[in-house]
Design a protein around this ligand. Structure first.
Ligand code: GN1
Ligand code: MG
Length: 362
């Protein structure tokens, strides 16, 4: 494997000799490696999961447009240290494209941003910086001249996710519907389906817009410097038109959870209102200007929607026999489902608190 990885790395114009290539990060979809060199910088090498991102040309087109646009905004604003504030992908030595493929595997390489930290958990102070950064990310992309495609069509469409769960239940491909707990979870989760498909209805009524969003605002998808300032938003595979609920909701789902995404101890799982408040304040400071009243009023709904959608996705994957998410042990997707469902229920109980906070945040 190490030799193969070295061969892949050699397809890109790496400066210096490669010393070591080792796994990096905790993503559930792509395989990510750090390429250590004796040159001035290290690199991040990624194998793109092509089963999930079927149109890699479109995927890389989106990423190229987004990074180019952000870079030009940073330059225009007279920012310094730009290399640490936006990702830079290397062109393949042969094709000049921002990825390389041998026809069976797809790879890309970016410059590793130095002295940057990622976190699986944040304090309220850092949540505030993160809120400001994601709001700014959306604001910077609000005048993107290029048209982006949906790298995963209908990625955050709740109606589709609900349908996929129903299809998984009907097919019962792995025989997991025999488990009474699975049946009970499906039934409980489906009671909220109507409530959770609100955004798609508002969109059809013409009162909820789509904007360019990040769509995977897990807290570990942003890089911080040592003082807690957000340097850069990473993991751009899912940047595409969506509702702002995607970015707000997925951050709350991950960073405002007092437990882990897959916590086996449900007593640890709940929505932390201090993180909610700090992120919301930060987000409204940079996104407040472009948000419409409908978007703003429904941010608390987004904090309930994303744990819900994730519970639906994990449960469907469990029922399908774990074909989508990487799992660490048998039943992992079921453990994840329980934790996300608990978080959704807790967030729903806190809706009045969240709504009150947003009203007062003027
Ligand atoms: C996946 O690979 P990662 O961890 O960045 C997933 C997200 C889920 C997340 C759950 C393309 O993201 O949508 O919210 O796992 N990405 C895709 O942890 O499905
Ligand atoms: Mg990630």
């Amino acid at each position: 494997m190490a030799d193969d990885l070295r061969k892949v790395a050699a397809r890109f114009p790496v400066e210096g000799e490669v010393n070591d290539i080792r796994p990096l990060g905790s993503g559930l979809i792509n395989d990510t490696f750090r390429v250590c060199t004796d040159g001035p910088r290290d690199y991040v090498l990624q194998r793109i999961n092509q089963a999930i991102f079927q149109d890699v040309d479109l995927l890389q087109h989106n990423i190229d447009c987004v990074t180019r646009h952000i870079r030009s905004k940073l330059v225009a604003a007279g920012e310094t240290d730009i290399e640490r504030k936006v990702l830079e992908f290397l062109p393949c030595r042969w094709t000049g494209r921002s990825y390389w493929t041998d026809g069976t595997q797809w790879w890309r390489m970016s410059v590793m941003i130095p002295d940057a930290l990622t976190f699986e958990e944040v304090t309220p102070e850092y949540a505030g910086y993160a809120g400001e950064a994601f709001g700014r990310f959306e604001a910077m992309l609000s005048d993107l001249p290029d048209k982006l495609g949906e790298t995963i069509p209908d990625f955050h469409n709740m109606e589709l996710r609900a349908r996929q769960l129903r299809e998984a239940v009907a097919a019962d491909a792995a025989g997991r519907m025999a488990d009474p707990e699975v049946r009970a979870l499906v039934a409980d989760i489906q009671t909220l389906e109507d409530e959770m498909c609100k955004a798609e209805r508002l969109f059809r009524e013409g009162i909820l817009p789509k904007r360019i969003c990040h769509c995977d605002t897990k807290v570990n998808n942003m890089l911080f410097d040592r003082d807690g300032r957000v340097l850069c938003v990473i993991d751009l595979d899912t940047v595409m038109p969506s509702f702002v609920f995607s970015d707000f909701g997925d951050f709350m789902r991950t960073a405002a959870n007092t437990g882990a995404e897959d916590d086996p101890d449900l007593d640890r799982v709940s929505l932390d209102m201090e993180i909610f408040k700090a992120f919301t304040r930060g987000y409204l400071s940079s996104a407040g200007e472009f948000l419409t009243p409908v978007e703003r009023e429904n941010l608390p709904f987004a904090a309930t929607l994303f744990p819900y959608m994730q519970a639906v996705r994990f449960l469907a994957d469990h029922i399908n026999g774990d074909t989508y998410y990487k799992i660490k042990y048998p039943g992992h997707n079921l453990v994840r489902t329980r934790a996300q469902w608990k978080l959704c229920c807790d967030a729903r109980a806190k809706l009045p608190l969240m709504e009150g906070f947003i009203r007062d945040c003027r």
